[in-house]
Design a protein around this ligand. Structure first.
Ligand SMILES: *Cc1c(COP(=O)(O)O)cnc(C)c1O
Length: 400
């Protein structure tokens, strides 16, 4: 990929980033430690005065392995001053909201947001006197109408969890900025290779590293990256909350990061091939995948994004829950499980109305009978083998 303000291509930086000259090994060592031993009492007294990465004070502020990962993520995020790491994506979202909001505030959230983000708004934040208002993800006017004088922040997610709506991020951010709001985006689907939120004016970009960066379905982590001011606040709040990740997990994330681009490129190419095949099937009403020409949101994706991933939604033509279950149960290469971004393909049935406050399902321009959906996460298997597996699924669906 690479842009004009980027002297090195992303592919190269994924290899070189987060490797400190002081280490005579290719991958940063796992550096475990909670207690830092000081040389003398003067050095001890000096310790707490410094609160910056790169100076080991006490394990809760992280150490070299975690800093190597945070440095690497910052380098991949144009406009970021720093990146905070959290034990999961949900922890990153919660800590970010707890940094930005205070009692009495209103949070305006896209109706496309990940369910646990919504649950935070409806649950914990509400208990603390913070109101969350949802707006249809693609409706700029509705977003503006949801903003009031108490609104403090705008929370975006594009493409949306489950239903993959694209959002006009620059336009929404301009709206937020004009009203003095802080803008936050959950950029898990695209990650920094596929979309650079801070470059488009977003204040804080949050990610579940569990998905694409980890890439092997064996480690959980989240991140929040921002410019200098917000990074400083995120950092202080993370320290207040005692949020820290283990050096072992950070090393696993760094390992995943090295192959992020080749995995995403391959998964996107396979997903496009499979999405095209699905589109042509008589059992399919629509494929919601912004990378796919002609799919909802494709123009915005092509305008603002620099990459994709293997996650999309298939809406079946008619049918019922039992037929859909036969389809999923007949698959042999697709695992039945949550998440995406791993090397393995996954399939799950999805019923969006349970996770939507103000957005109709199925989309307004579709036949209401076409409401049963499947979420597919395309992994690194051969695309032809995955197509054959899906064909088996359709056969099982018809056999009912
Ligand atoms: C998975 C996911 C999260 C949460 O990440 P965890 O690491 O599982 O806590 C947040 N946002 C989106 C869009 C996700 O897909």
């Amino acid at each position: 990929m690479g842009t004009s303000d980027d002297p090195q291509s992303t592919a190269t930086r994924l290899v070189t980033t987060g490797r400190r000259g002081a280490w005579p090994v290719v991958s940063p060592p796992v550096w475990r430690g909670s207690t830092h031993l000081y040389e003398n009492t003067a050095a001890l007294a000096e310790g707490p005065r410094h609160n910056a990465d790169g100076r080991f004070f006490y394990g809760r502020r992280g150490a070299t392995t975690q800093w190597a990962l945070a440095d690497a993520l910052t380098e991949l995020e144009p406009g970021a001053f720093g990146t905070m790491l959290y034990p999961s994506g949900v922890a990153a979202i919660a800590a970010t909201l707890l940094t930005v909001l205070k009692p009495g505030d209103v949070l305006v959230m896209s109706d496309s947001a990940y369910d646990p983000s919504r649950a935070l708004g409806r649950g914990m934040l509400k208990e603390w006197g913070i109101e969350t208002r949802f707006f249809p993800p693609t409706d700029l006017a509705a977003c503006e109408a949801a903003i009031c004088e108490r609104t403090r922040a705008l929370f975006l997610e594009a493409p949306g969890s489950l239903t993959l709506e694209m959002q006009d991020v620059p336009a929404l951010v301009a709206l937020a900025r004009a009203r003095g709001l802080v803008s936050i985006i959950d950029n898990t689907w695209a990650g920094p290779l596929g979309f650079q939120p801070l470059k488009h004016g977003v204040d804080i970009t949050v990610m579940s590293l569990t998905k694409h960066v980890g890439g092997h379905s064996d480690v959980l982590m989240g991140s929040a990256a921002a410019g200098e001011e917000w990074y400083g606040r995120l950092r202080r709040r993370a320290q207040d909350l005692g949020q820290v990740v283990s050096p072992d997990d950070a090393a696993l994330m760094l390992r995943g990061l090295r192959t992020l681009k080749v995995r995403l490129d391959q998964q996107t190419a396979s997903a496009l091939e499979i999405a095209r095949w699905l589109e042509a099937r008589p059992e399919v009403a629509r494929v919601l995948y912004p990378c796919l020409p002609g799919a909802p949101g494709h123009e915005l994706w092509a305008r603002d994004f620099t990459g994709g991933c293997g996650l999309f939604l298939v809406i079946l033509k008619g049918g019922d829950a039992a037929a859909r279950a036969r389809f999923v149960d007949a698959l042999t290469l697709f695992g039945i499980g949550y998440s995406f971004g791993g090397f393995e393909s996954l399939a799950i049935p999805i019923d969006p109305p349970r996770f939507r406050a103000v957005t109709p399902w199925p989309p307004a321009d579709m036949d209401p009978a076409d409401s049963f959906a499947l979420r597919l996460a395309i992994g690194l298997e051969d695309a032809g083998d995955l197509v054959a597996d899906l064909d088996r699924g359709f056969a099982a669906m018809r056999a009912g």
